[in-house]
Design a protein around this ligand. Structure first.
Ligand code: PEP
Ligand code: MG
Length: 587
């Protein structure tokens, strides 16, 4: 029987339309075959088991932290029950003693003991204990995965092209994905500017997040359509729906092709004002996409991905190689390297960051770097050395006041001195800028502007901090309004203060790639737009369609409006009037 079509609306995370087979991620089962072991392998098997338990425990602690941060402590508590399963000494001892006695591989014995536990629990009358079955199952699956070394690289080893459907995908999950085998993804949780969404854009695959119940409606193998432009997912589409989306996809591809024709045209307004159009990258492999989409430089290189998905810290040498490769490829265009911005929803396995109640407000980014000058200076030295090979700029994330900017600069000066002493070349005049993503920095941008060479507004964080709306929480996504009057005022303040001090002001948050905002931002005086590479052609299209006086007038009017909704309606109306070919992209 044909399954019923289900249409779900979520949050658009990365544009494009794709149809394919669903792959439900995170529920894999393992088949373990019976394997006898020799007496002299017993100690090794115990060691393997203990290591797998530790590894699993660490994984669960990390998930618990993430879920607590994103969904609230009560959801995180689910994982406390998981931890109890791992710490269950009876279970551990039973596995070890049976393995010693039966001389079977540890994974075989473990699986067997686990099955028995589940059977016993399911026969109990106690509802609470019955509920523990899914915890035991989940933890058991994780331990088995670590025992057999299957690791989390399921996503990297997919055999066919699929659409990944998951409750959540961590930035490290998306980092292991490759568009060779993942043609799109959709998740139950997450917001528009979560790093998972940002990664989807950098992979250039359609994605929808915040679908809440999707994983309950899909089984692996179902046909799904992901419309990342409008935030829609269709499960088991009817023939009619398939046809409609096929037509839409063709139209979208045609439109994108048309936009790419602008690739070699300058990014100037109708009256000749040149605007810098740059792109954001996560890894050096993103550079070809920057070029292919006609961006003129890199306005944000998010280096923290270097520190994720690995057990050791990247050395200065390794970082130097990556940064100089990017510098050389982009030369003579500029590349803004943002020093690492770990924390928030970007975790790392190596550095010992304690659990925090409010990770986005916690020990992260520049705060972390200033506390760990050894780690920070290795990065600063690597960037400085790479600056001998192209036009690099340094940018500090999460600056909240002048003190931090000064402290970071002291470490930068120290690094320069060291390199001079060692006779290593670097660009002594390298520009050093501050990201403006904390309200206190936006409000004191007049002070910061005197000691920075440029500003880049990080709206992803600036919006979440100013409006007190967690950027990764789909439940409050409706409050995450780039058009909010508070945000427009903060941006205006930053641009005006920057210009008064004679420095340029760019924007590298997702807002810079949102065509609804382009004319207003232009009118507010922004000098540089840095967006995901795929968004650059659209932004260029809009900029080339207006004059600066039109943009200023529109920005001035937007600043008089009272609510985010009013600004949004007004901005949409204006863009439809001035760039009618964009109309389909907006609704
Ligand atoms: C931002 O906050 O707008 C930004 C660009 O930084 P990230 O998204 O990496 O936090
Ligand atoms: Mg940020």
């Amino acid at each position: 029987m044909k399954k019923k079509e289900i249409v779900l609306k979520g949050i658009p995370a990365s544009p494009g339309i794709v149809t394919g087979k669903a792959f439900l991620y995170g529920r894999e089962q393992y088949t373990i075959t019976k394997r006898l072991i020799r007496e002299d392998h017993v100690a090794g098997e115990i060691k393997r088991f203990k290591e797998a338990l530790i590894q699993t425990k660490n994984e669960i602690l990390e998930i618990k932290k993430r879920i607590s941060d994103e969904m609230g402590a009560e959801h995180g508590q689910i994982f406390s029950a998981h931890l109890l399963v791992i710490d269950d000494s009876m279970l551990i001892e039973e596995v070890i003693s049976r393995m010693k006695k039966e001389k079977m591989s540890i994974e075989y014995v473990f699986q067997d003991v686990l099955r028995r536990y589940i059977k016993v629990f399911s026969e109990m009358d106690d509802e609470y204990l019955k509920e523990r079955i899914s915890d035991i199952n989940d933890v058991g699956r994780r331990i088995l995965r670590n025992l057999i070394g299957a690791k989390e690289d399921v996503l990297a080893n997919l055999k066919e092209k699929v659409i990944v459907v998951a409750y959540d995908l961590s930035p490290s999950d998306t980092a292991t994905m490759h568009k060779r085998n993942v043609s799109g993804f959709a998740t139950d949780i997450g917001g528009r500017t979560s790093h998972t969404a940002i990664m989807a854009k950098s992979l250039e695959i359609p994605a929808v997040v915040g679908l809440e119940v999707l994983t309950k409606k899909v089984t692996s193998g179902d046909t799904v359509i992901i419309d990342g432009t409008h935030g829609i997912v269709v499960v088991n589409p009817s023939a009619r729906t398939m046809k409609k989306y096929d037509v839409d996809r063709e139209k979208l591809i045609e439109f994108e092709k048309h936009l790419l024709e602008l690739k070699n045209l300058p990014c100037v307004t109708l009256d000749g004002r040149k605007i810098e159009l740059s792109a954001n990258i996560e890894v050096p492999e993103d550079v070809p996409s920057v070029m292919a989409h006609g961006a003129e430089g890199i306005g944000l290189y998010r280096t923290e991905f270097f520190y994720m998905n690995r057990k050791d810290l990247p050395s200065e040498e390794e970082q130097f190689r990556a940064y100089s490769a990017v510098a050389k490829k982009m030369k003579p265009s500029p590349v803004v390297i943002r020093t690492m911005d770990l924390g928030g929803d970007k975790f790392l396995s190596q550095l010992d960051v304690p659990q925090q109640m409010n990770p986005f407000l916690g020990w992260r980014a520049i705060r972390f770097c200033l506390a760990r000058p050894d780690v920070f200076k290795a990065q600063l030295r690597a960037i400085l050395r790479a600056s001998a090979h192209g036009k690099l700029r340094i940018m500090y994330p999460m600056i909240s006041g002048l003190g931090e900017l000064r402290q970071a600069n002291i470490l930068l000066e120290e690094s320069k001195k060291e390199l001079k002493k060692e006779g290593l070349p670097f660009d002594d005049d390298i520009e050093v800028g501050a990201m403006i993503e904390v309200p206190s920095a936006a409000l004191t941008s007049d002070i910061l502007a005197k000691e920075a060479d440029f500003f880049s507004i990080g709206t992803n964080d600036l919006i979440q901090y100013s409006l007190a709306v967690d950027r990764v929480n789909e439940k409050i996504a409706y409050l995450y309004e780039p058009t909010h009057p508070a945000i427009l005022r903060l941006i205006k303040n930053v641009v005006d203060n920057g210009h008064r001090a004679g420095i340029w002001v760019g924007m590298c948050g997702e807002m810079a790639g949102d065509i609804i905002m382009t004319i207003i931002l232009l009118g507010l005086g922004l000098d540089e737009f840095s967006t995901s590479p795929i968004a650059t052609p659209e932004i260029k299209r809009v900029i080339r369609a207006v004059t600066m006086s039109q943009a200023r007038e529109i920005a001035d009017e937007a600043l008089t409006l009272l609510t985010g909704k009013d600004v949004e309606i007004f901005a949409k109306k204006k863009i439809k009037e001035l760039v009618p070919e964009m109309a389909a992209e907006i609704d």
